[in-house]
Design a protein around this ligand. Structure first.
Ligand code: ATP
Length: 242
């Protein structure tokens, strides 16, 4: 079934973490407002501690304590969330970890073998997470997210703590999966080359209390994204350095 195409409207007037003990209240987001067109790949970047994860949690509905609205054209989107840690169940196989994302008897379960093939894990289908590398575990997390066929895919630094070739290969895989089945993606990273390689649009947040300091389209074709020189040139255009 094709994903329903709806824009996402984000309006966060303010997000403040309340004071706890000696710690004063912490205003993290202020007037963060944007719309995301269906099928776009939006990267949210900005300084550490600037509120990127907080914003993603609000959009996911994990944090409801904020002033504002998140609207998916009046509907409830089918969501997938990929976190920094792959969050696999250690007592379930690779196949089972993916299948757990879907209800019993769901027709999308039939797509898992094809998805395993696409992420290069067919031979690891019956392995347990501790038997495979972190890079492979992250491929399982990608497969689990895409097999849901989400309307909205939220990703919070899913490729940190990997060596560069592994992270690069995973980014290429993500671009390919997304290109085959464009879904709306919001991807948080502080890694600028990663932002440019993946995004169709980059939102930069300022330091906290964060607001949007830059909203810029990325002008790279899918083929250009594997070309490090072209990525670097686009990075210079957007961020003024590389
Ligand atoms: N549950 C919480 N309670 C109180 N303060 C929090 C909570 N979660 C985050 N914060 C604070 O909110 C601010 C923004 O944190 P957040 O994790 O959203 O930033 P970030 O931009 O994702 O940072 P990084 O790039 O380092 O992951 C930080 O000052 C952080 O300490």
């Amino acid at each position: 079934m094709a994903a329903v195409k709806r824009p996402l409207q984000v309006r966060v007037g303010s997000k403040v973490f309340p004071a706890v003990g000696e710690r004063p209240e912490n205003p993290v987001l202020r007037n963060v407002e944007f719309q995301v067109e269906p099928g776009s790949f939006v990267v949210i970047t900005g300084p550490s501690g600037g509120g990127k994860s907080t914003l993603l949690n609000i959009i996911a509905g994990l944090d409801k304590d904020f002033d504002g609205t998140i609207d998916f054209d009046g509907d409830k989107p089918r969501l997938a969330f990929v976190f920094q840690s792959p969050r696999l169940l250690p007592w379930r196989t690779v196949y089972e970890n993916i299948a757990l994302a879907l209800p019993k008897g769901d027709p999308r379960l039939a797509n898992i073998p094809e998805m395993l093939k696409r992420v290069g894990l067919t031979d690891a289908a019956t392995a347990y997470p501790e038997m495979i590398s972190l890079g492979m575990q992250r491929r399982v997390a990608l497969a689990r997210a895409f097999v849901i066929e989400p309307d909205l895919l939220l990703m919070d630094e899913p490729f940190v703590s990997l060596d560069d070739p592994t992270a690069h290969a995973l980014r290429e895989l993500l671009v390919e999966l997304w290109h085959r089945k464009p879904t709306t993606v919001l991807f948080v990273t502080h890694d600028r080359p990663e932002a440019v390689m993946l995004a169709t649009r980059i939102l930069r947040l300022s330091a906290a209390p964060a607001t949007i300091s830059q909203d810029v389209p990325v002008r790279l074709s899918v083929a250009d994204r594997s070309d490090r020189e072209k990525v670097r040139a686009e990075q210079r255009r957007i961020f003024g350095e590389a």
